[in-house]
Design a protein around this ligand. Structure first.
Ligand code: FAD
Length: 469
């Protein structure tokens, strides 16, 4: 018999439970990708994600070709495409790995129901998480809202799950007609993504990234993860988002590599950080409104400033006149990624000093990040804005100058992304406005906002909701 393997954001062959199950039960498997961005509604992949997706699908196709197959691609609605594939091949079953975004859940449920009515067997699996959102709860049997107890519980479970090996041999089948990857039009028409060349989307690229991280940085993660000038973090986020590697593979792969290299590196702090990703998925599943609405309803009364198109433009372009913020925004534009510490600083400037709604920042990140992820992005923005679950308290407003001095002490990160300040001496690289002559000659802009007074204004605005319900 023949089965369809419906690839979505599980773009890998190893540790792919749906693929293993399909291969074990059927003589032939058709690997199918359906391009149906409309089904994601307003959260259809942004420009940077589409770039990644194109290259990831290309890499998956190349891997499948090594097994005498190739990725089959159809466009249109998921249900129509699956029915087309079923009719063309006589398939009796559809296999897929689960997603956790509200729109995807509703679509998958509906597609499953319709296919079952057609007499097609449907089976779904967990390929993305250590623990699915409904399998973990507080002692009161409620969803978690605080990270530390969530992690304590999750940590007890992760050693029990291990990745599954790539099935071998693979018996793949093709469709009579399949769309070409280029026909999906995922690549940008403007040549803005040339700086993305440092990435290698796909399963192989993910393993190489893991290797690189295991070589050294994992052993210094606790100190290194906050220094944006260093490669102190794993940069696995886009690979994880597209399912080119699973958290199970990351955990096992790191332990194996550390053992082989006898480096004695402690992988626990890193695993805990991956726990935040699981927490994000847990929150999105149980509180599906959080990409659009405050998690903490008290914030519904908060007085955001009116949308300021000029300020937003300068923030997006990395021209706020605050060096660490501009470095981050330019890194994002150039590479599709930004260091976590700097994400917090740019988000803080937007939501606190400029008092622009966090939704505006969330949207920009959605379009420009190669790792744009509904769960992590919503959690990140609400965390910084102070409106989220287990968020930073609103009154903790980052000072971008002291943060910059602390985490980019010699300004290496700033100098890399803000060349106007390459020759700035000492503290000037963090606060160039302190020397008017230097600022003028550098061509770098005046700060968009006074950090001190805007901080006070933000705290005053916050007072108004503190006493609320
Ligand atoms: P590492 O430090 O190597 O961490 C390993 C993995 O753990 C990451 O790949 C990621 O999957 C997960 N992780 C680490 N930190 C977090 C975190 N705080 N929250 C959730 N997961 C985490 N991450 C995204 O994947 N997509 C987003 O759209 C996204 N938007 C964000 C928006 C804001 C405002 C903020 C403050 C953070 C956001 N993050 C997002 C979280 C974090 O910044 C990135 O996951 C991280 O920078 C990715 O780099 P890395 O893979 O080198 O991380």
């Amino acid at each position: 018999s023949t089965a369809i393997l419906w690839f979505r954001r599980d773009l890998r062959l190893a540790d792919n439970p749906a693929l293993n199950a399909a291969m074990a039960a059927h003589a032939k498997v058709v690997p199918l990708y359906v391009h149906a961005p409309d089904e994601d509604g307003e959260w259809a992949p942004g420009a940077a994600s589409r770039w990644w997706l194109h290259h990831s699908l290309d890499a998956l196709d190349a891997s499948l070709r090594r097994h005498k197959g190739g990725l089959q691609i159809l466009q249109g609605s998921s249900l129509d495409a699956l029915r087309t594939a079923i009719e063309a091949t006589g398939a009796t079953a559809v296999y897929f790995n689960r997603l956790y975004e509200p729109k995807a859940i509703a679509r998958d449920k509906w597609v499953r129901g319709e296919l079952e009515k057609d007499g097609v067997a449907v089976a779904s699996f967990n390929a993305a998480l250590w623990c699915e959102p409904w399998d973990i709860a507080t002692q009161q049997n409620e969803p978690y809202r605080v990270f530390t107890p969530f992690w304590r519980n999750l940590r007890t479970r992760i050693d029990a799950v291990a990745p599954v090996a790539e099935p071998s041999p693979m018996h793949l089948a093709t469709l009579p007609t399949s769309s070409s990857l280029d026909a999906l039009g995922l690549l940008p028409t403007l040549d803005w993504a040339s700086g993305f060349a440092e990435w290698t989307p796909g399963e192989q690229g993910a393993q190489e990234m893991l290797d690189l991280f295991a070589d050294d940085a994992v052993g210094h993660y606790v100190e290194g993860r906050d220094i944006p000038a260093r490669h102190g973090t794993s940069r696995l986020s886009p690979h994880l988002h597209f399912g080119e590697i699973s958290p199970l593979q990351v955990a096992e792969g790191l332990r194996d590599r550390v053992k082989k290299r006898k480096s004695g590196a402690d992988v626990e702090p890193y695993l805990r950080q991956l726990g935040w990703r699981e927490f994000g998925h847990h929150l999105l599943f149980h509180f599906p409104h959080t990409p659009k609405k405050n998690f903490n309803p008290k914030f519904n009364a908060f007085r955001w400033e009116k949308r300021d198109a000029h300020a937003l433009r300068r923030w997006k372009a990395g021209k706020t006149g605050i060096p660490i913020v501009d470095a981050g925004m330019r890194e994002l534009w150039a590479t599709g990624w930004m260091h976590n510490r700097v994400r917090m600083l740019v988000a803080s400037l937007l939501t606190k000093n400029l008092r622009q709604h966090w939704l505006l920042g969330e949207k920009w990140f959605w379009d420009t990040l190669v790792d744009a992820d509904l769960a992590n992005n919503a959690m990140g923005w609400q965390w910084v804005a102070g409106s989220g679950a287990d968020a930073a308290p609103y009154f903790r407003i980052f000072n971008p100058v002291t943060q910059s001095e602390k985490f980019d002490p010699d300004g290496a990160y700033i100098r890399r992304w803000v060349p106007e300040l390459a020759s700035a001496r000492g503290r000037l690289v963090h606060a160039p406005w302190e020397d008017a002559a230097f600022l003028k000659q550098s061509g770098y802009p005046q700060p968009l906002v006074d950090l001190k007074s805007s901080r006070e204004d933000a705290l005053t605005a916050y007072q108004s909701i503190r006493s609320g319900p």
